[in-house]
Ligand binder design. Structure first.
Ligand code: C2O
Ligand code: CU
Length: 469
């Protein structure tokens, strides 16, 4: 049977609809699975340390890697075996609002012992992830996170396709997660930053590879607060996708892959090193506290091949391009935090000064409003199918990875200048003082959450709703 790619399917869509044909190929097969958030243990601290008690999907941190094909339909029954409510949000997937996993906006939370069936198609290839949207500052931090990989119909040729889900933990001397969640210190500063970094839930002790290999490395930052800036010493991996969405292959500025919480990068890592050697992978986002994340550990074997072909570009996904002829313009200004200028904000309809806000656990605002929960009045309403040019201004002393559910954002300018190449983001990093303009096509109706993905900032008020009507 001929398997049409999603793109050729869309191109042929009208004709198929007229003849009443169903979509051919694997996409017609439902992909059914179960996911059970529950308690478990993981060897986070490494050899010689006790196991750490975690919360994880199927009791594992990270949860199972879900890998499907572009256009597949997923049916995931989530049975909550936690002692509290939860939901699952499929971060970055363009899906109907009812499957978006936000309590209050798209579904009721799943009670302990309850089950919810998530049922949606994955229209775009790329690297995504899933996590709860209830008390994320604790549930995600305790380990509820997993990779969701959507493969292209014809993925680029590589020797291995590998996920590195990066996470950051605050462990005590007993190797257990400390229970100081949602404290004002973390809310008003850079979020809950830990003391132990893991790759795929384990203390990294070297990534084995062979000279001459080509690896597709999918990086996911699943940390609450930690930002990463990864330097692969002696190598020049090229980014082929940001947040799952293809971008022309390139070595990023400073040869560093910068990922705020929730952000992803797909890399092509060519093993150009010497057999038997080790090369450091360094994270130096916090310059004074740079550390070796792991090593690229080359086997002694001779190179697998001589030269590698040029890095291939990924095919474009299916989201519509912004129409910049007559866009609707909106601005969202981020304020608050320590060393910031926010003197007051609205909370629950009341104007409060910064100190009173702090006493209520709030330290941040979007356009002067500190969110109490997900059911705030929308920041603005977009008429369906229109393009919005959204200006975001970071008027704080902290970086913020701002995430919009449901609608991908195309960066148009940063500090007034167009980006060096086309890219799309579902989470855009704003450094202190930065201003960006994003193009958003309002093609998916619903109340879409917009928030900082530093979980403590979101809890501390940096959240709002953008409605598409
Ligand atoms: Cu990764 Cu509101 O989500
Ligand atoms: Cu933030």
């Amino acid at each position: 049977m001929v398997r049409l790619s999603r793109r050729s399917f869309l191109a042929a869509g009208g004709a198929l609809a007229l003849t009443g044909l169903v979509r051919p190929g694997r996409a017609a097969t439902p992909r059914e699975l179960r996911l059970t958030p529950r308690a478990g243990t993981a060897a986070l601290a490494g050899p010689g340390w006790p196991q750490t008690e975690i919360l994880g999907y199927d009791g594992r941190a990270p949860g199972p890697e879900i890998r499907v094909r572009q256009g597949d339909r997923l049916r995931i029954a989530v049975r909550n075996e936690l002692v509290e409510e939860t939901t699952v949000h499929w971060h970055g997937i363009r899906l109907p609002i009812a499957m978006d996993g936000v309590p209050g906006l798209s579904q009721n939370p799943i009670p302990p012992g309850g089950t919810f069936l998530y049922d949606f198609e994955v229209p775009d290839a790329g690297t995504y992830w899933y996590h709860p949207h209830v008390r994320g500052f604790e549930q995600i931090d305790r380990g509820l996170a997993g990779a969701l990989v959507v493969e292209e119909p014809d993925p680029p040729a590589v020797d291995r396709d590998v996920v590195w889900l990066l996470d950051d933990w605050r462990l005590g001397r007993d190797a257990q997660i400390t229970d100081d969640f949602g404290v004002l210190m973390d809310i008003s500063h850079g979020g809950r930053i830990g003391n132990t970094v893991t790759i795929n839930g384990a203390a990294p002790d070297g990534f084995a590879l062979r000279a001459g290999e080509r690896i597709r490395l999918r990086l996911i930052n699943a940390a609450n607060g930690r930002l990463f800036s990864l330097l692969f010493e002696g190598h020049a991996p090229q980014v082929i996708a940001w947040d799952g969405q293809p971008t022309p292959p390139h070595v990023p500025a400073g040869e560093r892959i910068v990922l705020g919480p929730a952000m992803r990068a797909d890399l092509i890592l060519d093993a150009t090193g010497t057999p038997g050697q080790r090369y450091r992978v360094v994270d130096d986002f916090y310059r004074a506290r740079a550390y070796r994340l792991t090593d690229l550990a080359y086997a002694d074997a001779p190179p697998r091949r001589g030269a590698l072909p040029p890095v291939p570009a990924l095919p474009r996904n299916t989201q519509p391009e912004p129409d910049l002829a007559d866009p609707i313009r909106h601005t969202i200004t981020l304020t608050g935090g320590m060393m910031g200028r926010m003197s007051e904000a609205t909370l629950g309809g009341k104007r409060l000064d910064a100190r009173s806000l702090m006493m209520r656990g709030k330290a941040w605002a979007l356009n002067g409003v500190a969110a109490e929960g997900t059911m705030e009045k929308p920041l603005f309403i977009l008429p369906r199918r229109r393009t919005c040019v959204l200006t975001m201004i970071n008027d704080t002393a902290w970086p913020h990875p701002m995430h919009l559910h449901g609608l991908p954002m195309k960066p148009l300018t940063r500090q007034g200048r167009p980006p060096p190449r086309a890219e799309w983001r579902d989470t855009v990093l704003l450094m202190p003082g930065e201003r960006v303009e994003m193009g958003i096509v309002a093609d998916n109706p619903g109340d879409w959450l917009f928030h900082c993905h530093i979980a403590e900032h979101m809890e501390g008020g940096m959240m709002g709703v953008i409605r598409v009507d």
